[in-house]
Design a protein around this ligand. Structure first.
Ligand code: PAF
Length: 281
């Protein structure tokens, strides 16, 4: 695996690949890699000839008081994991490489960036869009692969690509889960042993809500019930049942549904969602 720190070196190498008609896929990450990331890599490898994984903990997507400083970093482990998966390129840029002109936010993600996670993390999605646009400008990938756990982020990146008419295809991979159902996340390692056990109740409640909707229970009541039950064990930031295509309120004929939620457990913030099709609408 080649490791590049500088944009010019990466671009020189990639130009050569592209001149030889190789397709390039980018998997942007902030490190702290787990099996969920490795599934993104697998998908990227199925799509393209050359896979670039970037590791960059992007300061502009963290608000003051969030976990930017304590975000898990384990470069040796990350590199070893990517090596075992025969990743072609690891890109580990410095802040100056990514933001040579400063970090002023330069893309407005619009309404979708202000709801759900955006309501609790102002400017978060603007920061995500900023770094993703910059990475796309540097790598100019044919494909880029993201996890569906960060569903709102995925839709925002898709709309960024559409709004700016970028020629990259955005691909996604289903949320990977631990045996007890907890969605894999870099932040899970912050959980105490006790909270880690409790955390499995999060997905369990979302799954129960899905079953209730499938059984024809009224969405309004299913949501209220799930909110109440989650609040027993967690500090719930939000729990919504929405149209999965655009995160708007459900109409009577909406078939694709998302149950999406964010909770806090100790100092750790967890997000999760379930997307499914409602029958008989
Ligand atoms: O999902 C993440 O890890 C980050 O938000 C991303 C997409 C790498 C941008 O920094």
């Amino acid at each position: 695996m080649k490791v590049f720190e500088r944009t010019v070196d990466l671009q020189f190498f990639l130009d050569n690949c592209k001149n030889n008609n190789k397709k390039v896929a980018l998997v942007p990450t902030m490190g702290g890699l787990h099996d969920g990331h490795l599934m993104l890599v697998e998908k990227a490898q199925a799509l393209a000839d050359i896979v670039v994984v970037s590791i960059f903990v992007n300061p502009t997507q963290f608000s003051k008081g969030e976990d930017f400083e304590s975000y898990p970093k384990n470069f040796t482990n990350d590199k070893a994991l990517l090596d075992t998966r025969s990743v072609d390129i690891l890109f580990i840029p410095s802040k100056n490489e990514i933001y040579p002109d400063g970090t002023l936010l330069n893309y407005e993600v619009g309404e979708m960036g202000k709801i759900l996670c955006g309501a609790f993390r102002p400017f978060h999605f603007n920061g995500v869009a900023q770094v993703i646009k910059r990475l796309f400008d540097i790598v100019m990938p044919d494909y880029s692969v993201f996890g569906e756990k960060d569903y709102q982020q995925l839709l925002i990146i898709k709309s960024l690509v559409q709004n700016l008419d970028l020629s990259v295809s955005i691909e996604s991979v289903a949320t990977q889960r631990e045996v007890d159902g907890l969605a894999m996340s870099t932040r899970n390692q912050h959980l105490s042993i006790e909270n880690r056990k409790k955390a499995s109740l999060f997905y369990r409640q979302l799954s129960k809500a899905k079953t209730a909707i499938e059984q024809g229970k009224l969405i309004k009541f299913v949501r209220q019930d799930a909110l109440f039950k989650l609040s027993v064990d967690f500090e719930v930031e939000y729990l919504e049942v929405l149209n999965a295509n655009n995160l708007t309120q459900i109409a009577t004929n909406t078939a694709e549904i998302i149950i999406i939620s964010a909770i806090r457990l100790g100092d750790t913030r967890l997000i999760d969602n379930i997307v499914f099709r409602r029958l008989n609408v």
